[in-house]
Design a protein around this ligand. Structure first.
Ligand SMILES: C[S@@+](CC[C@H](N)C(=O)[O-])C[C@H]1O[C@@H](n2cnc3c(N)ncnc32)[C@H](O)[C@@H]1O
Length: 254
């Protein structure tokens, strides 16, 4: 009687154990497949365009992965953060930032209130890095002081941002030319605004320079850009951000 109860307990234990092993091994297989697909996506697309959800779906179907599927958006997110890390170490981008030599861009004078702007002299693909917002980095409080001293009441050539660690900083491209490139009119500060027709977006990176990390704002193409297109980004402000509707700043909402 006692023996039979013990045998039943042992067999129940073994059954549960087998089930657990099954679950863990299925999970491990799923993780290893995830990593394989992730590596494939990174290898095939790094430094180029972001894969579409359809492309990710195709890779997964080729892998014959039907159960325990991770969310496709999670795979894409993993690709995006991998790409971010790779941009931060990219020697060509670090060199372009240090030397302020960016390919495929030209400053053009549009005249009138708009003044100068930047146009593409070659096509870019969504996700490409076009240039940085170049200037000295100062605390946001110092930037706000510069802003308040502005005659026009507009944001001018200041870029406010927060680091991953939560520090509030500002890129001062108002002080022109910069100390490091006294003979250069840098592209970032000349790029005009469009809320509806922007084709680049600013993204914060910590570029790994030989002397340490530097907070940098890079402009990435948010869509494919053709030759002669004006490069525009959304300043993220509207007429009410400045001195109300009194200023004639209709272009801010366009
Ligand atoms: C960062 S600067 C851009 C470069 C500027 N156009 C220049 O000649 O130096 C921002 C200023 O450009 C002008 N601006 C920017 N976008 C504009 C637009 N879409 N239409 C008209 N003026 C614009 C405004 O005077 C704004 O304060």
């Amino acid at each position: 009687m006692v023996l039979s109860r013990r045998l039943k307990a042992v067999s129940r234990f073994l059954r549960i154990h087998r089930q657990l092993v099954g679950v863990v091994s299925r999970r491990l297989k799923a993780v290893s497949r995830f990593l394989r697909i992730h590596r494939w996506l990174v290898r095939a697309h790094i430094g180029r365009h972001q894969p579409t959800l359809d492309k990710v779906r195709l890779v997964i179907s080729k892998e014959k992965w039907h159960a325990n599927l991770p969310d496709l958006k999670d795979i894409l997110q993993a690709w995006i953060s991998e790409q971010k890390t790779s941009i931060e170490k990219d020697g060509k981008i670090i060199k372009a930032v240090s030397e302020q030599k960016w390919k495929g861009l030209q400053i053009q004078d549009f005249g009138g209130d708009k003044g100068k702007g930047v146009v593409a002299t070659m096509p870019f693909t969504k996700g490409d890095v076009l240039c940085d917002y170049h200037g000295r980095i100062i605390p946001a409080s110092e930037g706000k002081k510069l802003l308040s001293e502005q005659q026009s009441g507009e944001m001018g050539y200041l870029f406010f941002f927060k680091t991953r660690g939560g520090a509030s900083l500002c890129i001062d491209a108002q002080t022109f030319p910069c100390e490091c490139h006294p003979l250069k009119d840098t592209f970032g500060r000349r790029m005009n605004h469009s809320k509806k027709k922007f084709n680049v977006k600013p993204v914060h990176f910590q570029l790994k320079f030989p002397d340490g990390c530097r907070d940098t704002i890079l402009f990435l193409a948010s869509k494919d850009i053709q030759c002669n297109d004006e490069i525009l980004w959304d300043y993220g402000v509207n007429k009410t951000s400045f001195r109300g509707e009194g200023l004639d700043l209709d272009w801010l909402d366009e």
